[in-house]
Write a protein that binds this ligand. Sequence first.
Ligand code: STX
Length: 322
Amino acid sequence: MTELRSLYPSIEPFDHGMLAVGDGHELYWEACGNPAGKPVVFLHGGPGGGSTPDSRRFFDPEKYRIIVFDQRGCGRSTPHASAPEADLATNTTWHLVDDIERLREHLAIDSWQVFGGSWGSTLALAYAQKYAERVTELVLRGIFTVRKEEVQWLYQEGASFLFPDMWEKYLSPIAGDERDDLVEAYNRRLFDADPAVHVPAGVEWTVWENSIVKLHPDTEMIAEAREDVESAVAFARIENHFFKNAGWLEEGQLIAGIEQIRHIPGVIVQGRYDACTPIRTAWDLHRAWPEAAFEIVADAGHAGSEPGITDALIRATDRFAS
Ligand code: STX
């Protein structure tokens, strides 16, 4: 057996800043690796998950100019979606897509590789389909396209069959007679001005998702959602708002839109036992876009940090670097 590739060593940014993108939003961004290297932009998950120091580590820092940023309302971007008065009206898929363009222009990058997992794959597809000429390659993992069945699977019925124990906790903030539409019921609580209502809802929503992302549950990651309440509330509010609105996408739009990006070199990496964004979506994408390399990792769930997934992603970015 050949050894799996693991993340590149931890690095610090050589530059960072806040970019005003309109509507009062300022985005935190950073640049790492080689300032003269091949540009790549990392799109984090959720939406609302924010980037982490590990986001920088999927790319050879000697070869890449690595751009990482926090999407509207989360991470170090402001205003934060956890604020009691948070208004998410100007936080939609198409605002985020145009923010990526603003950031590219701000950094004077002509075109770049786009790398995203989970919601990051959704946003990467939406961005590439609108600004195809700006994308040199696509590296996508844990494919999610916000179709009705995908949202139902995660938040209404589906993953609940695999994780009935965690599911009970997810249901706990919601009264019995409101459980026919959990996204709606959560929406009412998450956007209630009273922290005694929105905090427990934000925590349980986020704990649920963190409980099912890896093949081997990550107890530290689950505990973190209960400790870092502000991040949990922002994550839950932003996800809920996006999914209640079907991502402002037509049903099946991102898979139908492959026509616009078929020519872009692409890699799709998908864990077989992904309970968050089940493999059927990646399969549908592969069927629509057979030109892209498609790799199923036999012993992994959803997370980019799972060994087989990290290995496949780094093989892809290494290949595109040279
Ligand atoms: N949300 C999928 C997603 O992007 C439907 C996602 N799920 N969990 C995450 O991201 C974190 C790893 C950021 C917790």
